[in-house]
Design a protein around this ligand. Structure first.
Ligand code: T46
Length: 130
């Protein structure tokens, strides 16, 4: 997993980034949600998914995302609307260090399903290291 830089289109009127499911985003998009009004020092996420894949873009402001496959943790910074980060299933994710103006857009491969969440880190480690 790594930050992907999407092409910035546009002209004298301003800029535009276009993302196509199955081309720029490695899954068909079934849901979008966005996070805003976050508080300094308050992380979000801190869970993994059995099957849901996600694609994250800070369309305004910035935040950091730490992804953890159960063996290696890596932290990425999303700080421009042209940057995206893929979070695969069975990857523990924590979103943190939000700027006050952060608007984090998340594209998801499935509809919301609480049963898809793994919210206990020990359970996550057992599943990925089985
Ligand atoms: C993730 C990070 C970036 C829904 O009803 N539908 C939804 O699609 C989502 C995502 C959440 N909810 C409800 C469930 C909770 O009652 O909204 C409430 C807050 O959700 P949660 O505590 O999961 O929020 P975060 O910010 O910790 O995590 C969310 C996503 O759940 C997660 O997949 O990667 O945003």
């Amino acid at each position: 997993m790594s930050i992907k830089e999407h092409k910035i289109l546009g002209d004298h009127r301003g800029k535009l980034v276009a993302l196509e499911a199955g081309i720029d985003i490695p899954f068909e998009i079934k849901r979008i949600f966005y996070i805003f009004g976050t508080q300094v020092g308050v992380p979000r996420g801190q869970h993994s998914h059995h099957a849901i894949q996600q694609y994250l873009i800070a369309v305004n402001g910035s935040c950091k995302v730490t992804l953890d496959n159960g063996k290696v943790k890596q932290t990425y910074e999303l700080n421009h609307p042209s940057k995206g980060l893929f979070q695969d299933a069975l990857i523990w994710g924590e979103m943190h260090d939000f700027s006050e103006d952060c608007l984090l857009l998340v594209l998801a491969s499935e509809h919301y399903d609480e049963a898809d969440y793994i919210r206990d880190y020990d359970e996550f480690k057992k599943i990925v290291n089985a």
